[in-house]
Write a protein that binds this ligand. Structure first.
Ligand SMILES: *[C@@H]1O[C@H](CO)[C@@H](O)[C@H](O)[C@H]1NC(C)=O
Ligand SMILES: *[C@@H]1O[C@H](CO)[C@@H](O)[C@H](O)[C@H]1NC(C)=O
Ligand SMILES: *[C@@H]1O[C@H](CO)[C@@H](O)[C@H](O)[C@H]1NC(C)=O
Ligand SMILES: *[C@@H]1O[C@H](CO)[C@@H](O)[C@H](O)[C@H]1NC(C)=O
Ligand SMILES: *[C@@H]1O[C@H](CO)[C@@H](O)[C@H](O)[C@H]1NC(C)=O
Ligand SMILES: *[C@@H]1O[C@H](CO)[C@@H](O)[C@H](O)[C@H]1NC(C)=O
Ligand SMILES: *[C@@H]1O[C@H](CO)[C@@H](O)[C@H](O)[C@H]1NC(C)=O
Ligand SMILES: [Zn+2]
Length: 310
């Protein structure tokens, strides 16, 4: 038991490199380094004023007409998904070809290039695993596509810009069908090949981002300014959280918490790799005006009311 504990702590020591060059241990699975400890261990920036994730209270969301539709480039290109990796024993990450994939519009200030996507999960399809929550509801998983403002030369520079990154978040909901959607069956078939920390396999020409986002209406989303959800929690993210979840079968969701490990040894599995929700601290979450409040319809409604009043 003791030997195992030492091994686990060592895993955490390969933590985040801070700006002064020192490293700090962080993890999801031990009380000594889980997310409740990040604000004190890594105060810069994990104790900041615009941290993520957050709980989205739909009754408090404000309409913002500047939240127009997105333009997605390369999301239909299977050569843009390069490889899949057991990322430091903390998540599963797919590297993206940023010369092929990018996003603009959607109220963003310009073009953002796609760098990678990764996932957060709990411990199986009936367990909570998303980072953002909606009216307190936590979904089984959440997918994050990380984009960097195209004018920045490096991630280091982007992390110093309050809007240097644009992350697109998608909730994943469990369904009772088996092995669906097809693209998720394809993606999860690689998990057993990346069971150990650091494992990487090529996935080129097999999967498209559009295929993974099947069924999501990408014109309906929440917007707020926040941070990375892992140390050092840099406050550089324009967050987009889509309202529609991706529907994935339970059997495929279960593969995440049963296939990939935090180390090169057999235990433990990566589970519950999500951060708890952070205080809004005065921030307001925005979304598109609902169709009922478009000027034309608001006018018609007023006309109708007047008619009845008169
Ligand atoms: C992972 O396992 C290896 C091999 O057993 C061990 O030497 C190492 O200390 C462990 N590392 C971490 C980061 O837990
Ligand atoms: C995180 O660690 C704290 C103690 O530091 C513990 O009380 C809490 O239950 C842990 N939470 C999770 C989700 O592991
Ligand atoms: C992706 O969509 C664009 C725009 O509709 C189209 O021009 C392009 O040929 C498509 N690419 C692939 C790989 O299907
Ligand atoms: C996850 O669930 C499995 C079985 O469903 C259980 O054995 C295991 O202890 C759970 N892991 C955690 C970290 O709760
Ligand atoms: C799946 O089926 C089980 C049992 O048949 C049922 O309890 C559960 O509500 C169903 N879940 C969904 C998401 O439909
Ligand atoms: C994934 O999809 C590609 C393209 O449709 C196919 O060639 C490949 O065999 C699939 N891989 C798996 C593991 O299902
Ligand atoms: C997506 O949502 C928008 C706004 O609610 C709606 O106008 C549009 O018809 C929807 N698209 C699809 C394909 O359902
Ligand atoms: Zn994430």
């Amino acid at each position: 038991m003791k030997a195992q504990l030492v091994t686990l702590v060592a895993a955490c020591l390969l933590g985040t490199v801070l700006s002064d060059g020192s490293t700090v241990a962080w993890c999801y699975h031990l009380p000594s380094c889980n997310y409740t400890t990040w604000p004190t261990k890594i105060p810069h920036h994990c104790s900041g004023a615009r941290q993520s994730p957050v709980n989205i209270v739909t009754a408090d969301v404000q309409a913002d007409p500047s939240l127009t539709t997105f333009s997605f480039t390369g999301f239909n290109d299977s050569s843009a998904l390069l490889n899949i990796k057991n990322a430091d024993g903390k998540s599963v990450m797919v590297s993206l070809d940023d010369s092929k994939m990018s996003v603009s519009g959607g109220g963003l200030s310009g073009l953002y290039k796609s760098k990678q996507f990764h996932l957060h999960w709990g411990n199986g399809s009936s367990s909570a695993g998303s980072e953002h929550t909606v009216n307190g509801k936590r979904y089984p998983m959440e997918l994050h596509i990380v984009h960097m403002k195209s004018t920045h030369p490096s991630m280091t520079v982007a992390l110093d810009d309050p809007t240097g990154l644009a992350v697109l978040g998608f909730f994943i909901e469990a369904t009772n069908d088996s092995s669906t959607p097809e693209m998720w069956k394809n993606l999860t078939s690689f998990l057993l090949k990346i069971s150990r920390k650091g494992d990487v396999v090529d996935i080129k020409n097999q999967i498209t981002m559009d295929g993974l986002l099947k069924g999501v209406n990408r014109t309906r989303y929440y917007r707020y300014l926040g941070s990375l959800t892992t140390p050092s929690c840099d406050e550089a993210v324009v967050w987009t959280v889509f309202k529609d979840p991706i529907k994935v079968s339970q059997d495929l969701i279960n593969l995440f918490s049963t296939s990939v490990y935090i180390n090169t040894t057999a235990q433990p599995l990566i589970t519950n790799n999500f951060r708890g929700v952070q205080a809004l601290k005065g921030r307001v979450i925005k979304s598109q005006p609902s169709s009922a409040t478009t000027p034309y319809e608001a006018l018609s409604l007023t006309a109708a009311l007047l008619y009845y009043l008169l």
